[in-house]
Design a protein around this ligand. Structure first.
Ligand SMILES: [Zn+2]
Length: 370
């Protein structure tokens, strides 16, 4: 910058010439108009209007080099040129901002009518639900829930239940033994050992319901499975009679299959009850009509009119003695049923394998806590 009185070098103030300023403004306009987006526009502004190397910024630095009398004019010219470039920038900025906002509105549009992505929560297994429901029936009548080990000692599973080692009923159980074979341990073939444990563990009177998994050496087919669920009940008290058993099972059968259905007991045999009986309930589908009118076949009861749902009887005095209960003072009844069988009848399931295949679609139609 020249000192006062120094000769002015015309080449240094050339940038403030009207023509040069107009050219700088034209270049700025061109670059600003050509900016395709906000980033390009910012770069154009730096190059032509604001940056340290921008011609308009460089031109302003030359003001001081002019003779004093020319500075005011040159300053006005420069201001006008800068304002023109700034106006071009402001206009393009407004255009590009509007374009970007319009794009954002389209790209980030949310369709509030789209269905939400739902996760299936799965369903409770139909057997678990049935077991809980049946247990609730007995709990409502004052029973307690009792459970026991699935690997059981021979004494609990057979001997205490009036099945000595040579008892012929043992062979019907198709028992699975735990190695070594003389270990005396078996996979329990029924839930009855839980009744023995209840009588040993609990003070009398005893009212227990025992749901659980049991095992037999059965080949799996449409109606047999080596693993199946049972539900048993036991009541031991003073003065218990067969009438108590009948009344209890009637309440239970109606809870399972619906009200207004008759029940009947048919004589049977179990080593641990005497007398023993099979419990039948009137067919809930035909209400016994299929047996009376053969022209209306019923798939549920095979035209029998009755459905067998379990075994029962008065507890054999030998079982009471085995657990230290005086049969002269106490008596009791016991009953048991297969859970899969009850569920198959109740829901018309034709294949027992469906319960263990693990296909969630099988459980969903039961509509249980999905
Ligand atoms: Zn029927």
């Amino acid at each position: 910058m020249p000192a006062p009185g120094e000769t002015v070098d015309p080449s240094r103030v050339h940038a403030l010439d009207p023509d040069q300023l107009a050219a700088a403004v034209a270049a700025a306009r061109e670059s600003i108009r050509a900016a395709a987006d906000l980033d390009a526009l910012a770069a154009a502004r730096t190059a032509h209007v604001q940056g340290a190397a921008a011609p308009l910024v460089l031109a302003r630095r030359e003001l001081g080099a002019l003779p004093r009398e020319e500075r005011a004019d040159a300053g006005r010219r420069h201001n006008a040129a800068r304002a023109e470039a700034q106006a071009a920038y402001d206009t393009r900025l407004a255009e590009l901002t509007a374009e970007r906002d319009a794009c954002v509105l389209v790209e980030e549009r949310v369709d509030v009518t789209l269905p939400a992505a739902r996760r299936r929560r799965g369903a409770r297994h139909p057997l678990s639900s049935l077991s809980d429901r049946l247990v609730d029936v007995f709990v409502a009548m004052g029973y307690e829930v009792a459970e026991g080990p699935e690997v059981e000692h021979d004494w609990f599973n057979f001997e205490a239940l009036n099945m000595a080692p040579d008892h012929p009923a043992r062979s019907e159980h198709d028992t699975l033994y735990v190695e070594p074979t003389d270990s005396g341990r078996v996979l329990r073939t029924h839930t009855s050992p839980v009744q023995i444990r209840a009588l040993l563990d609990r003070p009398l009177p005893v009212y227990v319901v025992c749901p659980g998994r049991t095992y037999r050496n059965d080949t799996i087919d449409a109606t047999h499975s080596p693993v199946f669920g049972q539900l048993e009940g036991l009541a031991v008290d003073e003065g218990i009679t067969m009438a108590d058993l009948r009344g209890t099972l009637e309440v239970f059968a109606q809870e399972l299959f619906g009200s207004g259905l008759s029940t009947r007991l048919r004589p049977s045999f179990f080593p641990f009850t005497e007398p023993s009986a099979e419990l039948d309930v009137q067919c809930f589908a035909c209400r016994g009509e299929a047996a009376r009118q053969p022209r209306q076949p019923c798939r549920v009861c095979s035209d029998e009119g009755w459905i067998e749902i379990g075994g029962c009887g008065m507890v054999d005095p030998n079982v009471l003695r085995a657990t230290g209960v005086d049969p002269a003072r106490y008596s009791g009844f016991a009953f048991g049923m297969g859970l899969e069988r009850a569920a198959m009848i109740r829901h018309d399931v034709r294949e027992i394998r469906d319960f263990v295949d693990g296909d969630v679609r099988f459980g969903l139609p039961f509509g249980i806590e999905v």
